[in-house]
Design a protein around this ligand. Structure first.
Ligand code: C2E
Ligand code: MG
Ligand code: MG
Ligand code: MG
Length: 287
């Protein structure tokens, strides 16, 4: 009887695995076509200055508009892009698209000086030999405003070769690009890398912000990260801010910037543009 059950369990496991693998293969094929057929889009979520409540920039977030399934979350397809290597081409598209959009908003006069657009760079993309050259080529063709591009990286870019990562970061920094350490606090060696990596911003991972109102140890962690960031001359941004109570707590810790649904969900390009235009109008009324 036990044996019987055991065998069933194994068979169930295999079917499940096979199912998962075949779904991934289907998706991989679809993702190949997605790039050719222009099914990728960037959504934009604003970043807010804690002191002035103004939009100081945005993060570009990749979306896949699947012909039948509609909008697909990056959580579902980024891992497949990464294992298949497709992330290299898609990542390149993301940089180009973000720069094109940046240039458009700059020409429209809605991209204020000092505002930054952040794009997410996957470790595999960052570690590629040609990465610096590819970025340089894009910046050569698309003249974006000075110091308006920021790249969000995770500790994953550093793990294999710290020296190489530092050299890539340094070269790109000299080209006017700034760097943010994304999902900060979730990796292993964050603190030891921090003092060596030329990054300008720490993004406190959403998981620490989520329970900040009722979890004392999360509050302690967040306050410590913010204090450490200030001592190291880094900007600190809290991601995943969803309610006013979280904002009050973060204000008490002197957090520099917020990003989260409370202020703005990731918006399609047209909607985000409207937001920039109305932001611009309210600035003009003030000045
Ligand atoms: P991330 O870079 O940490 O991006 C933040 C994620 O948190 C986004 O999810 C955003 O929609 C979500 N978020 C923002 N505010 C809130 C909030 O208040 N509450 C909650 N619950 N969520 C919030 P999204 O857009 O699904 O992206 C997920 C991840 O996919 C990103 O995490 C990033 O790691 C990856 N990703 C997105 N776009 C790209 C891209 O162009 N290239 C690469 N390599 N990865 C990307
Ligand atoms: Mg990010
Ligand atoms: Mg993040
Ligand atoms: Mg994240």
């Amino acid at each position: 009887q036990v044996k019987e059950k055991g065998r069933d369990a194994i068979e169930f496991f295999n079917v499940d695995m096979a199912d998962k693998v075949s779904r991934q293969l289907v998706m991989e094929g679809e993702l190949h076509r997605a790039l050719e057929d222009n099914q990728f889009e960037l959504f934009y979520q604003s970043k807010i200055c804690a002191k002035t409540d103004k939009v100081v920039g945005a993060e570009a977030l990749l979306r896949w508009r699947h012909p039948e399934r509609g909008l697909v979350s990056p959580v579902e397809f980024i891992p497949i892009l990464e294992t298949s290597g497709l992330i290299l081409d898609v990542g390149q598209w993301v940089i180009e698209e973000a720069c094109r959009q940046l240039q458009i908003w700059h020409e429209m006069g809605v991209w204020e000086e000092g505002m930054k657009l952040s794009i997410n760079i996957s470790p595999r993309q960052f570690r590629r030999q040609a990465f610096v050259d590819d970025v340089a080529k894009i910046l050569h063709h698309i003249p974006i405003p000075e110091k308006s591009l920021d790249m969000e990286i995770t500790e994953g870019v550093v793990i294999h070769n710290v020296e190489e990562a530092i050299s890539t970061l340094t070269t790109l920094t000299s080209m006017g690009i700034s760097f943010s350490l994304d999902d900060f606090g979730t990796g292993y060696s964050s603190i030891s890398y921090l003092k060596r990596l030329p990054v300008s911003t720490l993004k406190i991972d959403r998981s620490f912000i989520r329970d900040i109102s009722y979890d004392r140890s999360d509050r302690v962690l967040v306050e410590t990260i913010i204090t450490m960031g200030r001592l190291l001359d880094l900007n600190v941004i809290a991601e995943g801010v969803e309610d006013k109570e979280q904002v009050e707590i973060l204000k008490g810790f002197n957090c520099d910037y917020y990003q989260g649904f409370l202020f703005c969900k990731p918006l399609m390009v047209e909607d985000f543009q409207q937001l920039l235009i109305s932001e611009q109008k309210s600035l003009q009324q003030l000045g």
